[in-house]
Write a protein that binds this ligand. Structure first.
Ligand SMILES: C[S@@+](CC[C@H](N)C(=O)[O-])C[C@H]1O[C@@H](n2cnc3c(N)ncnc32)[C@H](O)[C@@H]1O
Length: 233
């Protein structure tokens, strides 16, 4: 990897403890894209969303764990009026997404960070700053002793809700039935949220949704995904 120590220090936060892979192979071309774009649209540790030069009055919608950027590109296409904030700890995923967003001409209305979502929400996003949040197919951590590594936890859910505006949304998807129920049970019990499908319910798949890599992986393995939609009261 050729990213300089200074660049890594500013944009690639290896010292933060996370569960899940952060590093992997980044091509020379991807690296050039990162070096070009992250100084402009990156959200390094010392910067808040409020100081990130966002378009005035544009709804701000975050995707947590965007993987290779499938859904982020889809959102940018479908919602030219939105400012998108992408949060992903896996550097090769960040590199792929930055390249795809740049090629499609969407990069300037996105903000991208490799920092963990917990840090971003706690330190870089203000209360009631987000119009919506998507979390698609978060890591399942199937072993019971690893369940505490799952991103959706009670504390995380409360933090997330505090960052969403009244009337804003949180939408989640999972192809792992046990994880879908885990997320639903936590979010159903989080004060301030209304489950659009009613307590205990899942919504139908939005017809125009793109199949992300992990939704497709589920389909290939014979698993249908489940979808959750909450509104902040
Ligand atoms: C199973 S993948 C799903 C990727 C994509 N959303 C999809 O549907 O194909 C989960 C993603 O969440 C990312 N992730 C895990 N923990 C995270 C965290 N604390 N903050 C941000 N992203 C995280 C992982 O690196 C991984 O890319």
């Amino acid at each position: 990897m050729r990213l300089s120590a200074e660049f890594r220090e500013q944009f690639v936060q290896h010292e933060m403890r996370t569960h899940g892979r952060k590093n992997g192979f980044v091509t020379t071309g991807q690296e050039a894209r990162l070096l070009k774009w992250l100084p402009i649209i990156g959200l390094p540790k010392g910067k808040t969303l409020a100081s990130a030069n966002l378009a005035e009055d544009a709804p701000v919608v975050m995707e947590i764990g965007f993987g290779n950027g499938d859904f982020l590109v889809h959102l940018a296409e479908r919602h030219p009026e939105w400012t998108l904030v992408g949060v992903e700890i896996y550097l090769p995923g960040v590199a792929k997404a930055v390249g795809r967003l740049a090629d499609a001409g969407f990069i300037e209305r996105t903000r991208i960070t490799q920092l963990p979502a917990q840090f971003v929400l706690q330190h870089q996003v203000a209360e009631q700053q987000l119009d919506g949040v998507f979390i698609n197919h978060p890591d399942p951590w199937p072993k019971p002793r690893h369940h505490k590594r799952r991103i959706v936890q009670k504390d995380f859910s409360q933090l997330l809700v505090s960052r969403v505006k009244d009337g804003g949304f949180i939408k989640l998807a999972s192809d792992i039935p046990e994880l879908a129920v885990w997320m639903r049970d936590i979010l159903d019990q989080t004060p301030g949220l209304t489950n659009v499908a009613g307590l205990g319910g899942f919504i139908a798949r939005d017809e125009d949704r793109v199949h992300t890599k992990f939704e497709q992986r589920g389909i290939n393995a014979g698993r249908d995904s489940q979808f959750l939609h909450y509104i902040k009261k």
